[in-house]
Design a protein. Structure first.
Length: 259
């Protein structure tokens, strides 16, 4: 899929259907950067806050930052944690946060399933002055896209989406080995000590969850019209049903760079 603006209804699909994170995922930056209740964490490109909220019990304050106001509105509605707050901004705004936080104040900057939209080399450099000693950057990729998995149901879904969008689907959203290697090399070049942890889990999906996940990755312009969505869902159901149960093996990669 191409780059999209996650506004309008898309943000609602994002909040409802995007994968969350097992506790073990949030444990990795907590342990790697020795987070305490005195620490502040910035979750950049936070979307509707799936990782932001998972980090909340592990730090003193967590700030979710995203360039899409609709995503942050959904995040606020879903938040009950008292130490989580939200800020409108993009990766290009990170260097401007120094007067707000002060140099060496952040314990961690996390980016979950969003780094492929960013200038990662520039970001890693800009983050260094903000981070305290022993703090760092964590890049989290939450499994492969639904349409690019090694499963027969995923291949059937991919065919439907290619036909619907009028183009083959190849974009991996930074989950492929080459992208992971680029991120690791860039962290190392920026002076971070790099490590990789993997958390794996399996789940069974419903057709509604698959379709909702697909809609969460579209632009508002790409979404089927509301009255066309039932037919789209049934088309997906007919294509993937012969390949059930619809099992998903998720590999969450957490790439850490310690300052």
């Amino acid at each position: 899929m191409t780059q999209v603006a996650f506004g309008g209804e898309v943000s609602q699909f994002y909040q409802r259907f995007r994968r969350g994170y097992p506790p073990e995922v949030a444990d990795v930056p907590a342990v790697s950067f020795k987070l305490t209740r005195d620490d502040v964490v910035l979750d950049l490109g936070c979307g509707t806050g799936q990782l932001t909220r998972a980090l909340a019990p592990r730090a003193g304050a967590v700030l979710g930052m995203d360039p899409e106001a609709a995503m942050l509105a959904e995040a606020r509605r879903a938040t009950t944690e008292p130490n989580v707050s939200w800020l409108l901004g993009a990766d290009t705004d990170v260097s401007a946060l120094s007067p707000i936080f002060g140099d060496g104040r952040l314990a961690a900057l996390t980016v979950a399933q969003a780094l492929h939209w960013m200038d990662h080399e520039r970001l890693f450099e800009a983050a260094r002055p903000l981070l305290r000693p022993g703090g760092g950057v964590a890049v989290v990729t939450n499994g492969e896209p639904l349409w690019l998995q090694d499963a027969a149901w995923s291949a059937a879904l991919r065919d439907i989406l290619a036909d619907y969008l009028g183009t083959p689907l190849h974009r991996t959203c930074g989950t492929d080995a080459a992208s992971q290697a680029r991120y690791a090399d860039a962290l190392s070049a920026a002076g971070y000590a790099v490590d990789l942890r993997v958390v794996e889990y399996a789940t069974t999906l419903t057709v509604e969850e698959i379709v909702g996940g697909v809609f969460s990755a579209m632009s508002p312009e790409q979404l089927p019209a509301p009255d066309a969505r039932p037919a789209f869902t049934e088309r997906v159901r007919a294509a993937v049903a012969p390949h059930g149960p619809l099992r998903e093996q998720v590999r969450v990669r957490i790439l850490t760079g310690t300052r």
